[in-house]
Design a protein around this ligand. Sequence first.
Ligand code: B12
Length: 210
Amino acid sequence: MPQRLTDLFVVFNRDAVLENITARLQAGEEPLHLLDDCRHAMTAVGERFQTGEFFLAELILSAEIFKEVSNLLETRLSRQGPAESKGRVLMATLRGDIHDLGKNILVTLLRSQGFEVQDLGVDVPPAHVIDKAREFQPHFVGFSALITTAFPSMKEAVALLQEAGWRDRVKVMIGGGVTTPAVRDYVSADFQTTDAMEGVSYCLNMSGGK
Ligand code: B12
């Protein structure tokens, strides 16, 4: 089934992708598992882009299909939300990066687990994060990155948090397909993952698993 989904993604067969997802949902598969299969399919699209087989138009097409799948799954992912707030999370994709599909999934999952999330969007200037942190008083600051040129922006944002006296008050987490533990160290973040659910678990653990 996962390979079939990738096959459908790489020929941009939107209807067949949505049919595949709907059928598997009806058969009782977990929405998160389905999203993860789609993420693998997107990686396959990215690999073809890297080798020159696909161009930007194909990336855009795959992103459109992925968005439709996310919309389909979002209502199911956000259903079980507890009423009491577990903490505040400030999220952004920083300057130089406009990818947001993964960030949006994380935001949905965090909200479903009871976190208040302020999502600053994409291509956000690092200084803007500090202004918003002052207003929103987050417990966690999360940066999503899919392109290596966003790493200096993340480093700058963490340095600005430090300068503003905010660094010790928040946990900084980073995620997205191109991040690694080495990037976490480079930007001086506390946590790194390429799995949204691990990010949610990190926040739950750090907020006392309330
Ligand atoms: C779709 C896509 C696009 C779409 C994005 C649409 C959108 N609204 O996001 C469009 C067409 C706009 C695009 C543009 C470009 N793209 Co692009 N794109 C991709 C592609 C195919 C998929 C990315 C994706 O959405 N994956 C699915 C999501 C769900 O996965 P994810 O982000 O990793 O998120 C998961 C986890 O990481 C986690 N997560 C994500 N963020 C966070 C944050 C935190 C805090 C936590 C805890 C967790 C977490 O949650 C998610 C679920 O588990 C990738 C290929 C790949 N290998 O990823 C290339 C890729 C990222 N793009 C790439 C490039 C080069 C570009 C362009 C420069 C192309 C160009 N020539 O213009 C532009 C960049 C413009 C810019 N300045 O940002 C390269 C980056 C290479 C690099 N090393 O930097 C890649 C890797 C393709 C490749 N192999 O060459 N792209």
